[in-house]
Design a protein around this ligand. Structure first.
Ligand code: NAD
Length: 275
């Protein structure tokens, strides 16, 4: 019996590279846009033609980002800095009104054993990384539902899927964000709105540089040992991810090839969650 042939790659010609999504006419809001990953996402979305509302509490960082966006070649979409502290939840919800794409990215980290973890920091982490995304989604959905199209991308983490010691607030917030994202996917499906998480391992950003110092203090070991023996211990690939690689995943989730992708978590973790 001959087996049916299945379509597959041929050696005759390499497939043409997929075009970048065309986001002209779309408005995107990126939180934490002055930081490592948020900045890369904001620039990639602007380069794809979106009008980007860049939100962060770091006004100087946003001003610098706007200058970088203005220097980009071609005719990218505009980038508008919007300084905002996301602990002002009412303001966060208002800021999201009218956006077509929402990237919930802002975050912070404190590495400390539970019995020493300051309750007020736990509260702030949950507010910025879970409560604010809820309010931003809440603010964004009416316009998305009205037009029958919307993209919600939540920057989670491998710590949305796995735990690590000393990161109680961060792990709790990210696990919560994964759940919130799935609920938004279920509710949004009938309205053309997708909601997904991008869940990276360690990315080369200021947040990680601060964590390396914190972990070194917590474990009493040198910084290089933190990276090689603690941070990347569970990663099959022994390198840090670059912010641009996370931004590329975000772009994919906003583009036409991902229209059936919702309620999922796109792990960029070098094999960490394969364990
Ligand atoms: P980062 O520290 O470089 O950037 C975070 C940004 O969030 C900063 O610009 C900061 O000002 C902003 N922010 C914090 N609190 C805020 C508030 N109250 N209001 C407004 N803005 C606020 O960090 P990053 O590494 O780019 O992280 C971005 C996201 O990616 C976070 O959610 C983080 O958890 C996630 N992440 C990072 C890594 C990593 O290894 N760097 C890995 C997985 C997930």
């Amino acid at each position: 019996m001959s087996l049916p042939t299945t379509p597959g790659p041929t050696t005759e010609s390499a497939p043409a590279p997929a075009p970048a999504p065309d986001l002209r006419g779309r408005t995107a809001l990126v939180t934490g846009a002055a930081g490592g990953i948020g900045r890369a996402c904001a620039l990639r979305l602007a380069a794809a033609g979106a009008q980007v509302r860049a939100v962060d509490r770091d006004a100087d960082g946003l001003a610098e980002l706007a200058e970088a966006a203005a220097r980009m070649p071609g005719s990218p979409g505009a980038l508008r800095p919007q300084p905002l502290d996301l602990t002002d939840l009412d303001a966060a919800e208002r800021a999201a009104a009218g956006v077509d794409i929402l990237v919930n990215n802002a975050g912070l980290q404190l590495v400390r054993p539970i019995q020493e973890f300051p309750p007020e920091v736990f509260q702030t982490v949950l507010t910025v990384m879970l409560h604010a995304p809820f309010r931003l989604i809440r603010g964004a959905l009416p316009h998305m539902y009205e037009q029958g199209w919307g993209r919600i991308v939540n920057i989670s983490s491998v710590h949305g899927l796995r735990a690590s010691a000393y990161k109680s607030a961060y792990v709790a917030a990210k696990h919560g964000l994964e759940g919130l994202s799935k609920v938004a996917a279920l509710e949004g499906a009938a309205h053309g709105v997708t909601s997904n998480c991008v869940s990276p391992g360690y990315v080369r950003t200021p947040l990680v540089e601060r964590q390396i110092a914190d972990q070194a203090a917590a474990h009493g070991i040198p910084a290089e040992q933190v990276v090689s023996e603690i941070m990347l211990a569970d990663s099959a690939m022994k390198r840090l991810l670059e912010p641009e690689e996370v931004a590329a995943a975000v772009l994919y989730l906003c583009g036409p090839d991902a229209s059936f992708v919702t309620g999922t978590s796109l792990s960029l973790d070098g094999g960490w969650t394969a364990h």
